[in-house]
Design a protein around this ligand. Sequence first.
Ligand code: GSH
Length: 231
Amino acid sequence: MALRVYGHFASQPARAVLWMLKLKEVPHQFEKIEPLNGGTRTPEYASKFPTRQVPAIDDAGFRLAEASAIMKYIALKHGFEDMYPAGFGDQALIDYYLSWHHLNTRDCTRKVFKHVMVHTFFDKPWPEEDVAKGQASVARTMASLEECFLYHDGDGDAFIHGRSQPSIADLLCYAEIGQLLLVDLLDLSATPKVAAWAQRMEQLPMYEDVHRTSRKLSAMFKDKRGAAYSP
Ligand SMILES: N[C@@H](CCC(=O)N[C@@H](CS)C(=O)NCC(=O)O)C(=O)O
């Protein structure tokens, strides 16, 4: 049985998993689950994945959730050392970013992008002050990202921790940042290394394929904001 992947292209961690599978040409069957419509809360889904979130996978009966765990599993299973290196030191550096990600870069969604979704799909007023606070917090996170993980000064073509190819850390990181760039709610002018890295990520294969839903969401959001929209 093919690897089944449960998710939605609007979900940041699911997008990272799907981008990895497409980049590395891993055969899989995509099962669309809509988190916004309670798709992760059905008894059937909860019985398979008790943490009730996407992404999740079923690999011939082996079930797993949490994007970073899934991505490590896929990398280790297939020997994708560019995605998750074999050496314990290099691996630990990727893990360092992955641990940091959850309470830092993930705030792009928790503190800013969630307002885009709520405003677009639940007809709530645009919370100007909350968004401004969220953006200020994300700007601090971007400065830390630049200082701690995109610190390389070499020829400027490196990825997280100066690696020459993107790893699972880059895919998870970009899934948070790219969606804010598409809705013009993230200004990277104070963090040029993050800005240059984001552009490199956008040149990777399958970028357009994986970001089709994000582009649609961005258009819907901008329509909704209408004349009031001024990034
Ligand atoms: N820590 C998890 C986060 C997963 C997550 O937040 N999933 C959201 C969609 S982006 C979800 O399934 N939400 C539905 C719910 O919590 O009911 C990961 O990295 O995979």
